[in-house]
Write a protein that binds this ligand. Structure first.
Ligand SMILES: *[C@@H]1O[C@H](CO)[C@@H](O)[C@H](O)[C@H]1NC(C)=O
Length: 148
């Protein structure tokens, strides 16, 4: 039965092409008209009709690939814009972080200077224990500075 169906389909297809029904897509019809060519309705096509049809099919193909490349370009630009936006955001965050670190740095350096001047003013008698304590404190400050 399947074989018979195929035969029937082949027969119908042969009939259609012999009866001269040419099936054109809407886009093909539109392009033929806009290019000033008549729409062929019968098969076989004349040489000129074949030439025209080939020309407008190539034109349609070019149009589609131009659309596609515009779409890809737009997509690419949009992705790029998103990345720029994300980098701007990150940059702002980093600037804030740097500012905060610089403030901490200044504050810690100030504290260190105070401690150093305290140490330098210490009486010599007390220096043995107090100096080492103060030095340990200032070492802590320097270490926390370098950790920052
Ligand atoms: C902290 O200050 C020191 C000394 O001025 C400097 O070398 C360092 O780069 C500063 N660090 C920050 C995060 O500001």
């Amino acid at each position: 039965i399947a074989f018979e169906i195929i035969i029937v389909i082949l027969f119908v297809v042969a009939q259609i092409s012999q009866s001269g029904v040419l099936i054109l897509s809407e886009e093909e019809k539109r392009t033929l008209i806009s290019e000033g060519y008549p729409i062929p309705s019968k098969l076989p096509l004349t040489k000129q009709e074949e030439k025209n049809l080939k020309k407008i099919r190539r034109k349609i193909k070019n149009k589609i690939s131009a659309q596609e490349s515009r779409r890809k370009k737009k997509e690419y630009l949009e992705a790029l814009e998103k990345r720029v936006e994300a980098y701007n955001h990150e940059n702002n965050d980093l600037k804030k972080k740097v500012e905060s670190l610089e403030n901490n740095n200044r504050s810690l350096l100030g504290q260190l200077q105070k401690l150093q001047s305290l140490v330098s003013k210490m009486p010599k008698a007390a220096s043995a224990t107090q100096t080492s304590t103060a030095l340990m404190v200032s070492t802590d400050v320097v270490m926390s500075l370098s950790l920052w």
